[in-house]
Design a protein around this ligand. Structure first.
Ligand code: XIL
Length: 446
């Protein structure tokens, strides 16, 4: 819980000034800073070849983590057996390091974007296992200490939650997953190792299958550190069970992360759809923040000019937080708003001030103002004082007032107990006096 409370920086100060300017300052902070202050990373997939100019500037300024969109896939790094080509992947890792960003490595073992020598080969189980673990070992070793999280196995399941019959699943059964994770752990013990899939975001048959798989793997001692939820979502269809689903996996003792977030819509985008998208992005962000073990969120491309959606879902698009000209869309504000700093509950406190308003022979009217000096709302208040000269309360309004001897106690009524931070409540009374009518020396407020 503590990590959810901001502990540092100007972000909090900006939020706490209470002035519009302060709020604006917090809202203007880069997403990566807002996210870090809330204890999660906010990352993006990038295309290495585009990392120049405004695209590079935005990727560096706004995102605390980068994922190569394609450059670390098997077909990119080992197109020919045993011949590795690291140029594309290196470029992104170097860029990330130069800009203080972490890297999510994506992905080591996947049925798609596999070189044909793997997907089209005829394999004995032992030969395929050796090829797969060699690949994992070589790639993880290459980036040892430089990749924070690896998607070790991507998309292992069918829609119904059973094991996908990829070349790996069909040849090796579920055991390939354990072997891939063990090889990755041996190659870089510090990297967080993730199992990643799509359509597992909400509770359902596929995520139930993933849940059961993760339990089995953990029971066998397989080093699974995290589960990734791709979250390639459709406008207006953020699963209602997203947060509960993340939480049930976290409760197994693994981290969770939203790894490939985009929210597609039928084109053309309209103001109304973009507003809906803003709310959807905010909802996903809040779901991650609500789950302590949610390590972060990665968007699958930060600009609509660099999104896979139009190519893979004809007629759909506008799925990312920036438009094609790199202007932030409402979705950007949705994420930023959800990440806005949360003030820690401040010291509760109130003060009470006493005024004798009018006085006549033997009687007077007084008023007490209760002011909330804390940073959280008061849920109720009690004010006390001692009368120094025998004054006696005869009647009160806007508070329940009792007097025992010289001691007066006044408590809120049902309608005025809640006082916002910086706000006040007032109550009044009539009282009697003889001789002199000095005010109380001090008032207590609690
Ligand atoms: C996509 C890339 O964004 C495209 O550029 C590429 O042509 C196909 O793959 N799930 C994944 C990602 O795990 O690797 C995919 O990325 C999107 C779906």
């Amino acid at each position: 819980m503590l990590r959810r409370l901001i502990t540092t920086t100007a972000l909090l100060a900006a939020a706490l000034t209470g002035a519009a300017g302060g709020t604006a300052a917090a809202a203007d902070a880069p997403l990566r800073d807002l996210a870090e202050a809330r204890g999660i990373h906010l990352g993006t997939a990038v295309t290495g070849g585009k990392l120049t100019g405004a695209y590079a500037d935005t990727a560096a300024a706004q995102f605390g983590s980068l994922t190569p969109g394609n450059e670390m896939k098997w077909g990119s790094v080992e197109p020919v057996r045993g011949q590795y080509s690291w140029t594309g992947a290196d470029r992104i890792v170097d860029f990330a390091e130069a800009h203080g960003q972490r890297v999510r490595g994506h992905t080591l073992v996947w049925h798609s974007q596999l070189p044909s020598w793997v997907s089209g080969g005829t394999w004995t189980p032992d030969a395929l296992r050796a090829v797969m673990t060699d690949h994992v070992t070589t790639q993880v070793t290459r980036y040892k200490g430089r990749v924070h999280q690896w998607d070790v196995v991507n998309e292992p399941l069918n829609e119904d939650g059973t094991l996908r019959q990829s070349v790996f699943g069909a040849t090796l059964g579920e055991s390939y997953i354990a072997d891939a994770f063990r090889a990755a752990r041996a190659a870089d013990p510090a990297a967080k190792l993730y199992l990643n899939d799509y359509s597992t975001d909400g509770v359902g048959a596929k995520s139930d299958g993933m849940y059961a798989l993760v339990r089995r793997l953990l029971a066998q001692g397989v080093p699974v550190d995290g589960v990734g939820f791709q979250a390639h979502l459709i406008l207006g269809q953020v699963p209602a069970s997203l947060e509960a689903n993340l939480r049930r996996f976290a409760d197994l003792g693994v981290d969770v992360a939203v790894t490939e977030l985009d929210i597609r819509m039928t084109l053309p985008a309209t103001a109304e759809k973009l507003d809906r998208q803003k709310a959807d992005y905010a909802a996903v962000t809040r779901a991650c923040l609500a789950v302590t073990r949610c390590a972060g969120i990665t968007v699958w491309g930060f600009t609509d000019s660099d999104s896979w959606i139009p190519d893979f879902f004809p007629g759909q698009g506008a799925a990312t937080p920036y438009d094609e000209q790199l202007n932030p869309k409402p979705a950007y504000a949705g994420i930023a708003g959800a990440l806005a700093p949360v003030a820690p509950p401040g010291p509760a406190g109130c003060t009470a001030t006493y005024t004798a308003q009018s006085q006549w022979g033997g009687g007077f009217t007084g008023q007490v103002t209760v002011r909330n000096t804390g940073t959280a709302p008061l849920a109720g208040w009690t004010v006390g004082w001692e009368y120094p000269a025998g004054q006696r309360i005869t009647q009160a309004w806007n508070a329940a007032v009792t007097q025992t001897g010289t001691a007066v106690t006044a408590t809120h009524l049902p309608y005025n107990g809640t006082v916002p931070a910086g706000g006040s409540a007032t109550f009044g009374f009539n009282a009697s006096w003889t001789g002199a009518n000095p005010p109380p020396a001090a008032l207590t407020c609690s």
